[in-house]
Design a protein around this ligand. Structure first.
Ligand code: DX5
Ligand code: ZN
Length: 222
């Protein structure tokens, strides 16, 4: 699939969330990424279903909801009802991952599974046929604005080869953390098809220019 850019609203100005999402949509964003954190699986606490429902009303773009929470099974229904198009759970939080992803699909969303930098993508081999997206964390989850972990590029490349070898190229490979015009083309060269960017989109400067800069960086050979 053509490379998608998914701005993460974690770095948006929450006093103007609707406007910022609308600007991202007009500026060429493909999905809106929503980071849900519970203060248990990750140190930070962020967004719940109420804000997802508000984001849904602000845009027609697919909402890409990234659950960084323990026991996500309890909340799948709430986030899907709130408007999640894609719903991603962490491998590290799901002892019955197959049941969890089946439930996500049954409830009407597209299932994704995320892995932390220390979790090998090889742990996902047996779940791949049941999911539509793998999210490779390129920082440790919990905060925006962290530095891209270089070693994660090799994981993206390994995953990409696994998908090719198994005829599963329809599964999206999403990278999340430290994505900017320097790291984006390298992640795509390794096999990523969805780029999450928080601070590089909603930080300094205009949202439209920032999305444009990431898009233009993809034309550069790395
Ligand atoms: C981190 C979140 C990311 C975060 C990325 O735990 O999953 O989606 O918003 O932020 P940047 O792009 O600033 O690294
Ligand atoms: Zn995220």
């Amino acid at each position: 699939m053509a490379t998608h850019i998914a701005p993460s609203i974690l770095s948006a100005d929450f006093t103007r969330l609707g406007d910022q999402i609308a600007e991202a949509e007009a500026g060429g964003a493909d999905w809106i990424h929503v980071d849900v954190m519970d203060g248990h699986f990750v140190p930070n606490i962020t967004i719940g279903p109420l804000v997802v429902a508000a984001a849904k009303r602000a845009s027609r773009l697919p909402l890409d909801v990234h659950l960084m929470i323990e026991n996500p099974d309890r909340y799948l229904g709430d986030f899907i009802e709130a408007g999640a198009t894609w719903l991603t759970v962490h491998q590290e939080t799901c002892p019955h991952l197959h049941r969890t992803v089946q439930k996500i699909r049954e409830l009407g969303a597209r299932p994704g599974v995320a892995v932390n930098p220390s979790t090998p993508v090889e742990t996902l081999i047996d779940i791949l046929p049941f999911i539509d997206l793998v999210l490779v964390m390129t920082v440790n989850p919990g905060f925006g604005g962290q530095r891209f972990i270089e070693a994660c590029l090799a994981k993206v490349a390994r995953l990409s080869r696994q998908l090719e070898g198994r005829g599963l190229q329809h599964i999206a490979i999403e990278v999340d953390g430290g994505i900017d015009p320097t790291t984006a083309p390298r992640a795509v060269a390794a096999g990523a098809s969805v780029l999450v960017a928080g601070s590089a989109v909603f930080g300094q400067g205009s949202i439209t220019d920032n999305i444009g800069a990431i898009r233009r960086s993809l034309a550069i050979q790395v």
